[in-house]
Design a protein around this ligand. Sequence first.
Ligand code: HEC
Length: 221
Amino acid sequence: MQVIKRLIIGFAGTALLASCGAGGDDQGTEYAPNMYHSVAYEPYTQITDKEAGRWVTSIEYVRDSSETNFSDHAEYHNSNYINPFHMNMRLPAPNTVSRNKSGYLPYRLKKDSLQFAAATLVSPLDTAAANAKAILADGKVLYETYCDHCHGAKGEGDGKVADKYAGVANLKGDAIKGVSEGHIFHVITMGKGLMQPHGSQVSPEDRWKIARYVKSLQAAK
Ligand code: HEC
C-alpha cells in the first residue's frame, strides 16, 4: 500500500511540475493568468459584436485550427464604448494642433519666408532679468557646439571652417547686425544660401537661446 501511495504522489508531483514548463507559444500552467498578462488595448480596433467576423485573436484562439471556436475571449479589450466609434484610441480634441514635447507648435514657415519670419516671430523665452543670464549661458554652449566652427567665437565669420568654406557670414557685419531674433531663428531652422539648415539637430527652444546669444555677440564691441 505504502509503495502505491508513494508512486501516486511521485507521478502526480512529476505531472504537476511538468505542466509548469513553458516554451514558444505555450505559457505552461498558470495560476491566476490575469496577473501575468496585462490586458492590452489595441488602439484601432472597435469591435462590438463578438459574433460578427473574426474575433481579434489571442494566442489561444490562433491555436484553435477549427476557427469555429469563438468561446475563448481574446486577451485584448477590443472596443471601448466610452470613445467615438467604440475605438480604444481617443481622438484628439477637435480644432487642436499637437505640440511637441517642449510645447512648441510645428514650424510651418517655408525656407523663403525669411522676411515674414523676421518680422513676425517673437522669442518665447523669458525676458525677465533673473533668467537672462542662464539663457545666455545656455546659448553660449549651444553656439559653441553648432555655430562657432564657422562663424567664429565672436560671430565675425572667422571660425576654422571659414578658412576652407568661403562665404561664411560675419554676424557683426552691417547687413546682419540689426536682424531680429526671429530672423536668426529662421536661418538656423531653414538655412540660408550657403548655410545648411540646423532645424533637425537643434530643438526650437535651443534655437531661440542661440538667437539670443547671437544678439549679445552682435551687441558686443
Ligand atoms: C558650415 C558652416 C556654418 C555653420 C555651422 C553655421 N553657419 Fe550660419 N552661415 C554660414 C554661411 C556660409 C552663411 C552665409 C549664407 C549666405 O548668405 O549664403 C551663414 C549665414 C548666417 C546668418 C546670416 C543670414 C542672413 O540673413 O544673411 C546667420 C544669422 C547665421 N548664419 C547664423 C548661424 C547660427 C546661429 C549658426 C549655429 C546654429 C550657424 N549660422 C551655423 C555658414 C554656417
